[in-house]
Design a protein around this ligand. Structure first.
Ligand code: BMA
Length: 375
């Protein structure tokens, strides 16, 4: 009897501590990562950077290179990549990152204890144009439709790459974030270019194919609407536009460039701060109610024109609002001096970024311990 109760208790504890993963066969490391980032989000946030290991301002494909590491001495905790163009058989992604190089970086990240997330700026399957080609295409690639077989062939290329994300015989857990910013109208899978029902079908098919058909069990699926298209009067309802359901999403994300100082937002910094916190509170609360993880999956101020951006716009507001619990905040890529979101050596925001780095609330790769081990 005692033993039975001990087991029951253990299983309840297990359920309470992050049983949100939609893949019942998720690998040990994937389950551990999910539970651990959920736990750490209670009093800290990991810092992430897109493409940061492949190039930065003034350099490209330098093994071990990273603007963030140059400035702080540590890699970011979260390493973002994009596999757009992999579906065409291209050897490089839409921003010229070599997929073999990407794979090596993903393996190196895992061996150091860091986290990898992957988005997918997939080309338009109807026109072969890029993601921003708005020609309707979602319906055509659904099961039973005329381009379905070619979509499956493309998904196979994605699955092949994800399947190669291994360290020895262990698959490296990946936060996979397809079909992002779908409530905006700028991508072919976005609102206005695809129906809500078709978007949901596409999401569900994609998950089922990768998880059940291709049997990939190292993926954490992230949903990430864009803040700029949410309805102020109905944040939660509009956030859940085209939500595929709790059985198809692990991580509730938000891409928010609007509330962090973007040029066209004429609201005062104080109002933007309030807007950012309000929407993140909704996402965080929703994740908690569903026992899932929340994150600020994309943000940044292009060229960091406010040198105190990292502490004033991100660190202080989040740290001062302990009810918002996010696993990570990821800033976009460092392409050139006019298009970069993390500092590089000699950038005026460096002292402020070091303050951000040194604050115990922010986690960089050097702060991470045992994320892939169950606690
Ligand atoms: C955008 C810009 C583009 C890039 C795309 C995908 O925000 O950075 O230059 O091609 O993301 O990474």
């Amino acid at each position: 009897m005692k033993i039975y109760f001990a087991f029951a208790l253990l299983s309840i504890c297990f359920q309470l501590s992050g049983q949100g993963l939609i893949d019942q066969k998720a690998s040990h490391e994937t389950k551990a990562l999910y539970a651990n980032i959920q736990t750490l989000s209670r009093d800290a946030i990991m810092f992430g950077h897109q493409d940061g290991d492949a190039y930065g301002v003034g350099w490209t494909a330098l093994e071990g290179g990273s603007d963030v590491k140059d400035v702080t001495g540590s890699y970011p905790a979260v390493h973002g990549w994009d596999i757009g163009r992999i579906e065409t058989g291209s050897k490089v992604n839409l921003d010229s990152v070599d997929f073999e190089y990407m794979l090596k970086c993903i393996q190196a990240t895992y061996s150091r204890g860091g986290v990898t997330t992957i988005s997918w700026h997939i080309n338009n399957p109807v026109t072969k144009g890029d993601s921003w080609d708005k020609t309707p295409a979602v319906h055509d690639i659904l099961p039973g439709q005329k381009l379905h077989a070619s979509y499956v062939a493309q998904l196979d290329l994605v699955a092949d790459f994800l399947n190669r994300c291994k360290s020895g015989s262990t698959h490296i857990p990946i936060i996979f974030r397809p079909w992002h910013e779908h409530n905006g109208n700028w991508f072919w899978w976005g609102k206005g270019n695809a129906s809500e029902a078709d978007y949901i079908s596409l999401w569900k098919f994609t998950v089922q194919y990768l998880r059940d058909t291709r049997e990939l069990h190292h993926l954490i699926y992230a949903f990430s609407p864009d803040a700029s298209r949410l309805d102020e009067a109905d944040l939660m309802g509009s956030y859940l536009y085209a939500y595929p359901g709790d059985d198809y999403v692990d991580l509730l994300g938000l891409d928010d460039y609007r509330d962090v100082g973007i040029k066209w937002n004429i609201k005062s910094p104080k109002k933007q701060r309030a807007d950012l916190l309000r929407v993140l509170q909704v996402v965080s609360d929703h994740a908690k109610a569903k026992r899932k993880v929340a994150a600020l999956t994309e943000t940044g101020l292009e060229s960091i024109t406010n040198p105190n951006w990292f502490t004033d716009v991100i660190l202080k507001p989040l740290k001062e609002t302990p009810s918002i619990n996010l696993a990570y905040v990821l800033v976009w890529r460092n392409d050139n001096p006019k298009h970069h979101y993390a500092p590089y050596k000699s950038h005026p925001s460096v002292p402020n970024f070091l303050e951000f780095f040194n604050d115990p609330y922010t986690l960089f790769e050097s702060d991470l311990k045992g994320l892939y081990q169950a606690r």
